[in-house]
Design a protein. Structure first.
Length: 156
């Protein structure tokens, strides 16, 4: 049997044009594809927390940062408890000022909650444990105080 004819020869291809970079590529100095740090739980006293100016470089810095996280948890729980007490106090008076105060307290709770979540996502074991323990303890203290306080005190 005869051999098949060779494939026709085509002229050489022209090089493809260079891909135009996205205008947003210049805005992001750290591309998503470069994973310099693995996303795992880690121990350590060197960390950048939330902002570039919040650098932890020593054990004392880590302890002070954990204390700041505890204070953040306390403020969040106080704002949450304040919201419930204020709602009880203004139960019959839903004026615009009481709604603004309620919304402001809700904003504080949400803002601190998201900041704590971002700190937790740094995956530093010491900070994660601090957040969990502080949240549990502040919630327990808040629950105990709210049951011990006479809510009828706010009634007129």
């Amino acid at each position: 049997p005869p051999l098949p004819s060779p494939l026709p020869s085509f002229p050489p291809r022209e090089p493809l044009p260079e891909i135009i970079p996205s205008p947003f590529a210049a805005m992001d100095p750290a591309p998503m594809s470069s994973m310099e740090e693995p996303m795992v739980l880690h121990f350590g006293a060197t960390e950048t927390v939330l902002f570039s100016f919040w650098n932890i470089e020593t054990t004392l810095g880590l302890i002070l940062s954990c204390l700041l996280v505890i204070i953040m948890c306390m403020i969040k729980e106080a704002a949450r408890a304040g919201r419930s007490f204020y709602a009880k106090y203004t139960e019959n008076n839903r004026s615009i000022s009481s709604r603004i105060i309620d919304a402001s307290l809700h904003f504080v709770v949400l803002a601190i909650s998201y900041l704590l979540m971002a700190i937790f996502m740094e995956l530093n074991v010491w900070m994660c444990i601090t957040i969990m323990v502080a949240e549990v303890l502040t919630h327990a203290v808040s629950s105990y105080c709210s049951s011990a306080v006479n809510v009828n005190f706010f009634e007129k």
